[in-house]
Ligand binder design. Sequence first.
Ligand code: ATP
Length: 401
Amino acid sequence: MPQPITFEDASLQVPDEPIIPYIEGDGIGPEVWAATRQVVDATLRATYRGRRAIHWTEALAGQRAHDETGSWLPDETLETLESHLVAIKGPLTTPVAGGIRSLNVQLRRELDLYANVRPVRWFPGLPSPLRHPELVSAVIFRENTEDVYAGLEVAADSPQARALRPLLKQACGWDLTDDTGIGLKPISRTASKRLVRAAMRYAIDRQRQRVTLVHKGNIMKHTEGAFRDWGYEVVRDEFADHAVLFDDCAGDPGARILVQDRIADAMFQDILLHPERHQVIATTNLNGDYLSDALAAQIGGIGVSPGANLNDERGRALYEAVHGTAPDIAGRDLANPTAMLFSAEMLLRRIGWTEAADHIETAVETTIATGTVTADLAPRVDIARPVGTREFTDAVLAHIA
Ligand code: ATP
């Protein structure tokens, strides 16, 4: 019988027939979602022979929601996502009018999905500018709620900036010229710690050996530096049985996870020169934004990069492709569904259906490794005839049965 997933005793309780909401999305969303749903359903049939199946239920958001209900993000959708805990979504368009900044940001805020998780891993057939792309296998945990992305900004000539400048002069002795815009970079102990905690739990669950805290604490001591210090505090206070800091073990962690930190600029060198040193990366919002695109470029780009937004404390997870709506190719059977397929694979791992997740991963990897690729990858791997979304999906399905 179809039932929602629940969260009890700090872990997900997954029935054999869970109800999982999906948002089809805008632009190429419907195409990549159709491909994903078809592949996931076929994989579950092949793997579990009727013992397990997902009951998909549609939640509206984006352009279609606006056309049908007048709202870009209906309350009903938020309630569905909240009560079903685990969901998947296609890319959503950002409405130009109406003062709404981004539906993605709004969803993350409303559901308090504080960790943006992006695995980045090369496999044969993916184009890469590196000589040894096989060394790239990392998962980024990017803090999702704070930092300069909190939206706390005022324009240089606004009444707010005019009111703030003298206050800042008085309280902090800061001299800001009259033509200075002002933004805040909030980084809190609570948000930093829960993000690092989620990254540590992931490293333990997935048996990763290294966790790197990335920050710019040499310059921004009380925000980025504090993130590093609070991160280390979590490791020492809560994970001493599983992990050890680089400085506490002189670089020799034994069987424990080695936790280290890197200044953000040095990290960009490191992911090019020594990608094998980084397996789980925990970082602040802005660093994470830059770093995840840079890492994605090393393994084939956004068409193959999946992501998730998590709240470990409440058991919530929303899976999505990293790419946007790609209006330039929407409706033309050109989109690469790989990122969405890998997002579904992550979802299956989250609910503990590992065999099915492995099955999808292998089928997609084999499809790409044998030269069946969409137009976004074709020129870079020197394939003369790229396939369309549907033909790519059929090739993946052929590896599932
Ligand atoms: P949005 O405004 O929703 O962010 P965008 O086009 O600005 O959309 P993306 O959707 O991320 O940003 O796309 C950037 C480029 O990458 C586009 O030119 C698009 O054609 C290409 N692209 C993105 N996703 C895919 C995909 N899944 N398959 C093929 N090409 C893609």
